[in-house]
Every structure is written in C-alpha cells, then in structure tokens.
Write a protein that binds this ligand. Structure first.
Ligand code: SF4
Length: 85
C-alpha cells in the first residue's frame, strides 16, 4: 500500500461567509478564530509524519484581513515544527 505523506487541512472554521454553488461547506456566520489552531495543525503534521501539506480555509469576509494573519501564523507554525516541509 502506498504510504500517504501528504494531507489537506482546512483552517479558520467550518462555516464560510460565501456561498459558491459547487461547494458543500456550510454558509453561516463564522465562529471566532481559534488562536491555538496554528500550533495544533503544526503538531498534527508532525505526528502524522507528513512531507507535504496543503492548507486551505473557508472565506472569512467577517475579518478585517480576511484571515490572512491566521494563515501566516499557521504556515509559520508548520514550518517551525517541520523545517523541510
Ligand atoms: S469554502 Fe471556498 S468554495 Fe466553499 S463556499 Fe467558501 S469560498 Fe466558496
């Protein structure tokens, strides 16, 4: 069996502020960001022994920066824990 060394993570919640017709993600008012999520994602990638990670997110039009800083923090946390990733 081929070992899977890559995964996708969707951050910033499971409620999206948009409603794309092809997408099954729930459209609703999002919950506040979970500030420990970047570290939790990083720890998950370490424990899973991954080589590649795709980080995606719901749209967060409710936030002034659209969630960009949360994305930055998550990427930095993942790279800190997995320097070669
Ligand atoms: S998650 Fe992405 S594709 Fe789905 S409704 Fe939100 S913006 Fe559209």
């Amino acid at each position: 069996m081929l070992e899977q060394r890559n995964r996708h993570f969707m951050i910033a919640g499971d409620r999206c502020t948009r409603a794309c017709g092809f997408c099954a993600v729930t459209t609703a008012k999002p919950f506040p960001l979970e500030l420990d999520e970047p570290d939790r994602v990083a720890e998950a990638t370490r424990r899973m022994g991954l080589m590649h990670v795709v980080i995606t997110a719901v749209a967060r039009d409710d936030l002034p920066d659209g969630g960009a800083d949360h994305f930055r923090r998550t990427i930095e946390a993942v790279r800190t824990v997995n320097p070669g990733m």
